[in-house]
Design a protein around this ligand. Structure first.
Ligand SMILES: Cc1ncc(COP(=O)(O)O)c(C=O)c1O
Length: 458
C-alpha cells in the first residue's frame, strides 16, 4: 500500500538523521555553558540597547535585565549581556525540562517540519490528536473527565472552563473562588483573580464570591471557610455556577492546603449541583503527579480542569456531563505544531522517574525545602522563614516579607545569578518554579547563593 507523504516525512531515516545531527550540534554549542557566569562588559552596551528597544516597543521595561540569547543548558540560561543564570522561574513555569533539553528540542524541530506552524480546531494535524488523546488518558485515570479542548494559554483554558460550567448550570452566573486567587488576565479572569491592582480602571462585574483559603496557623480555618461557603450558597440559592480553585494558591503566596480542607467544600458544592473546576495552570505536572488533584486525591470531585504552562499549550478537560454544546468553545488557534509535539514529549518524559512518592519531583522538593529550613535555622537566622509549597513550586519569606524587602532580595539574587520571582501579598514571598531536570549540585548552588544574598541584607 502507498505510504502517505506526511507519514514518509515522519518516518524518513534521512530526515531523522539530519534532525539528530542538528540537535546534537546545538547541544554541543550549548555545552560551552558551565554554570553561573557574570555579565561580560563586552556585551553590556549592546544588551542595554536591546533592553531599551523592548521597553520602547512595549511601553514598559522588563522586570529583570533578561533577554535570552537562545542558548541554555538544563537549568542554566545565557543572556544577551553575556551572563549565565540559574533559572528557577522558567518563564513563570513553562520550561519544565529546563533550557535546550535535546529531547524537547528534537520534538519541537520534528513539529516544525509539518506543513503548518500553528494548528487549529478546524483543521488539526496528528499532533493535536495525539496530545488530546494523551491528556484525556492521563486525566481519565483518577477522575471522571473524558474530553479535552485545546487553546493557547491558561487564561483561555480558564475562560472555556467557566463558559462550560455556566452553560451546564445556566442561568446560574456567580463564581465561587478563593481569596488571593489568580486566574489570568482576560476581563473575566481578572475578575476571578483577587488582585485589584490587576484590574485598575476596569468595571466591577460583581460575579465572584470569595472564601478564605486554608490558613495553617488557624486550627479553625477549615470550619471558617466552610461556613463562608454555606452562607454564600444560602444567600445566592441556585445562582452559583461553579467553584473554581487552584489546588495550591500560586500568585497568592504558595501556601498548600491538606486534602481534609478541600473535602467538605467539595462535598457541599456537589450536593448543591455547583460545578467543580480545578485551575491547574500552575500546578499541572509539578506536584509529583500529573495533576495536583491526584496528589490531593480529590479527582473524583473534579468536573472541569484547566492546564497550560508546562504542557506548552492550554487545555480544558471535562466530564461527559459538562461536554458543552457545539459553538460554545472553539477558537482559531490550538497551539503551534512544535508546541504540541514538545508538550507531548514532556508528558512522556514525566513518566520516566519524575512522578510518585519516590519520584524525583518529591526528592527535589525535600532537598530544596530542607536546605532553606537549614539556612533559616543557621546562618540566615530567621530571614528565610516559612519554606513551603508543593513539589517543584517552592517559596519562602525573606526577611520581614514586606514588598520592598522581598523585591530587593530577588533583585540581588538575580544579580548573584539565580532567577526567582515574588508571590503573595502579605507577606510577599520569594518563589521558585524549579525545573524537573535540576541536579543536586545545582540545588546546592542555588541554596548557597540564596544564603549569600540573604547575608548581604535588605
Ligand atoms: C493558576 C493560574 N491560572 C491561570 C493563569 C493564566 O495563564 P496564562 O498566563 O497562560 O494565560 C496562570 C498564570 O500564571 C495561573 O498561575
Amino acid at each position: 500500500m502507498k505510504t502517505l507523504v506526511g507519514h514518509q516525512i515522519q518516518s524518513s531515516e534521512k530526515v531523522q538523521s539530519i534532525l539528530t545531527d542538528l540537535v546534537s550540534e546545538v547541544a554541543k554549542l550549548n555545552s560551552q555553558l558551565h554554570g553561573i557566569h557574570p555579565a561580560n562588559p563586552d556585551f553590556q552596551e549592546a544588551a542595554k540597547q536591546k533592553m531599551d528597544a523592548i521597553s520602547a516597543s512595549r511601553g514598559r521595561p522588563l522586570h529583570y535585565t533578561y533577554i535570552g540569547t537562545g542558548a541554555g543548558r538544563g537549568p542554566y540560561v545565557e543572556l544577551e549581556d553575556g551572563s549565565v543564570k540559574l533559572d528557577l522561574i522558567n518563564g513563570i513555569g513553562i520550561h519544565l525540562m529546563g533550557h535546550a533539553h535535546p529531547r524537547v528540542m528534537a520534538a519541537a524541530v520534528r513539529g516544525s517540519l509539518a506543513d503548518i506552524v500553528t494548528q487549529g480546531n478546524l483543521q488539526p494535524n496528528n499532533e493535536y490528536r495525539l496530545f488530546t488523546q494523551k491528556i484525556v488518558e492521563l486525566a481519565g485515570r483518577k477522575s471522571r473527565m473524558k474530553h479535552a479542548w485545546l487553546s493557547t494559554c491558561g487564561t483561555m483554558a480558564n475562560e472555556n472552563a467557566l463558559k462550560i460550567s455556566r452553560q451546564k448550570n445556566s442561568p446560574a452566573r456567580l463564581v465561587l473562588g478563593f481569596k488571593d486567587a489568580f486566574a489570568g488576565r482576560s476581563t473575566m479572569m481578572a475578575e476571578v483573580t483577587d488582585n485589584p491592582a490587576y484590574r485598575q480602571g476596569l468595571p466591577e462585574y460583581n460575579e465572584v464570591l470569595r472564601i478564605p483559603f486554608y490558613d495553617k496557623k488557624d486550627p479553625q480555618s477549615g470550619d471558617k471557610t466552610l461556613r463562608a461557603l454555606k452562607e454564600y450558597v444560602a444567600n445566592n440559592e441556585k445562582n452559583i455556577s461553579v467553584f473554581g480553585f487552584e489546588p495550591m494558591l500560586g500568585e497568592g503566596g504558595y501556601q498548600a492546603a491538606p486534602r481534609e480542607f478541600f473535602i467538605p467544600l467539595l462535598d457541599f458544592c456537589k450536593s448543591k449541583g455547583i460545578a467543580i473546576w480545578a485551575d491547574e495552570v500552575q500546578t499541572f505536572s509539578r506536584t509529583g503527579e500529573y495533576f495536583a488533584y491526584e496528589t490531593l486525591d480529590i479527582g473524583q470531585y473534579v468536573d472541569i480542569c484547566s492546564i497550560a504552562k508546562t504542557a506548552q499549550v492550554g487545555a480544558t478537560i471535562y466530564t461527559e456531563e459538562y461536554n458543552p454544546k457545539p459553538g460554545l468553545i472553539a477558537g482559531t488557534f490550538s497551539g503551534s505544531t512544535p508546541s504540541l509535539a514538545a508538550g507531548l514529549e514532556i508528558l512522556e518524559m514525566l513518566s520516566e522517574g519524575y512522578l510518585g512518592p519516590q519520584g524525583r519531583i518529591q526528592d527535589i522538593h525535600q532537598r530544596f525545602i530542607g536546605g532553606l529550613n537549614l539556612l533559616n535555622q543557621s546562618s540566615c537566622k530567621g530571614n528565610a522563614s516559612d519554606a513551603g509549597g508543593m513539589g517543584l513550586m517552592v517559596a519562602f519569606t525573606p526577611f520581614d516579607g514586606k514588598k520592598e524587602s522581598t523585591n530587593s532580595f530577588l533583585n540581588k539574587l538575580f544579580a548573584n545569578g539565580v532567577i526567582g520571582f515574588p508571590c503573595g501579598k502579605d507577606p510577599v514571598r520569594a518563589r521558585f518554579l524549579i525545573p524537573a531536570i535540576i541536579q543536586d549540585q545545582d540545588i546546592n548552588i542555588a541554596l548557597k547563593l540564596i544564603e549569600k544574598t540573604l547575608l548581604e541584607g535588605v
